[in-house]
Design a protein around this ligand. Structure first.
Ligand code: ZN
Length: 345
């Protein structure tokens, strides 16, 4: 009798544990080359009035320049700064000694995405942006291979090479690349002229959340990097502002939909930093600052700590372990070492 009771209890515990894990959804965002400086302090005084990088400095300052870093970041990313500190935490404000960086030696995109999703820096093999499959097993592949999540993973990305960097193609994960003519979700008052690539990606992802209900959705955006390389700090800031507006829509939808409400963890990071001052236009191992990254988590299972200070160094390679932990998926990077996940339940 005792044994039967115990077996029954054990079955209940296992059932509860399994259903709990099966109930978690995760929405992952990456932002190509979005610096920690803008995320935490808004428009940069060294760039916002520089006519080499801004077409109409008065107009740009009018919208994004404020007296304090807090007011500047709220003007640039009103959703982030009104919502995330009360629903999760942020890491990476170097002015407050919160430290995060990549551990790869390249400091550009493919190696950044690879580190993010494979859990380690493979500097020997991953050292170009060539659009080829990642030689490493990625956490998205591990999730797709898990019977609980097979067929429930989707990827939307602005840069087509992300598909190979995360091995979505190899894993058979449906991937939507940016497409012209895709129906945009219009957001009132938002000027998306010239910066429509991410708007298309984010609109498509929002539509897919409503229609397809993926349990795991990865959205990779990147107008920030494009405008950075094209010497346009004004459009780099506008791209961040557009991303923020669409993310508000996505989070609001998830908070209103029974499939996602209260069950969804949101994870965000970037693939690399950029140079300081006028060197913001570029990034690689020769440009100081290019290795600096940041991390954001909010939603289900995330401790509410707001903007964190005096911590780290954290590394981009911890991102894959965090995704795996949220979903209860076993994932060991190909180098055999498991980095600590970021704090999450
Ligand atoms: Zn770049």
């Amino acid at each position: 009798m005792k044994r039967i009771l115990f077996a029954g209890l054990l079955a209940t515990i296992l059932f509860t544990a399994c259903t709990k894990q099966n109930d978690r959804r995760v929405v992952i965002f990456s932002f190509d080359g979005l610096r920690w400086q803008e995320l935490f302090t808004g428009a940069d005084s060294a760039l916002v009035a520089d006519i080499r990088f801004v077409k109409d400095t008065a107009a740009l300052k009018d919208v994004f320049w404020k007296d304090t870093p807090e007011a500047r970041r709220e003007a640039l990313m009103p959703f982030y700064w009104s919502y995330i500190p009360e629903h999760g935490y942020l890491i990476g404000n170097r002015y407050k000694n919160s430290l995060m960086q990549v551990s790869n030696a390249m400091h550009f995109s493919y190696p950044g995405y690879s580190e993010m999703f494979t859990g380690y820096p493979d500097d020997g093999r991953v050292k170009s942006n060539a659009d080829v499959p990642n030689p490493n097993h990625t956490v998205l592949e591990a999730i797709q291979e898990d019977p609980r999540y097979n067929g429930k993973v989707l990827v939307y990305c602005s840069w087509e090479t992300i598909r190979n960097a995360v091995n979505a193609q190899r894993a058979g994960i449906p991937t939507q690349l940016r497409r012209t003519g895709h129906n945009l979700v219009n957001i009132e008052g938002l000027d998306i002229v010239d910066i429509e690539r991410d708007a298309i990606t984010l609109s498509g992802a929002l539509t897919s959340l409503k229609k397809d209900h993926p349990e795991v959705l990865y959205i990779g955006v990147g107008d920030t990097d494009k405008w950075g390389h094209w010497d346009r700090y004004d459009n780099y800031l506008k791209a961040i502002h557009v991303q923020d507006a669409y993310i508000r829509e996505i989070v609001n939808f998830c908070e209103s939909d029974p499939f996602y409400k209260g069950k969804t963890t949101f994870l965000m990071t970037c693939d690399h930093g950029r140079g300081y001052g006028e060197q913001f236009v570029d990034h690689d191992s020769s440009i100081p600052g290019s290795d600096k990254t940041w991390f954001i988590a909010f939603g289900a299972g995330v401790p509410v700590k707001g903007e964190t200070t005096d911590n780290g160094p954290y590394y981009t390679k911890q991102f894959a372990a965090t995704i795996a932990k949220v979903l209860g998926v076993d994932f060991t990077p190909d180098n055999g070492e498991k980095p600590e996940p970021f704090e999450i339940n």
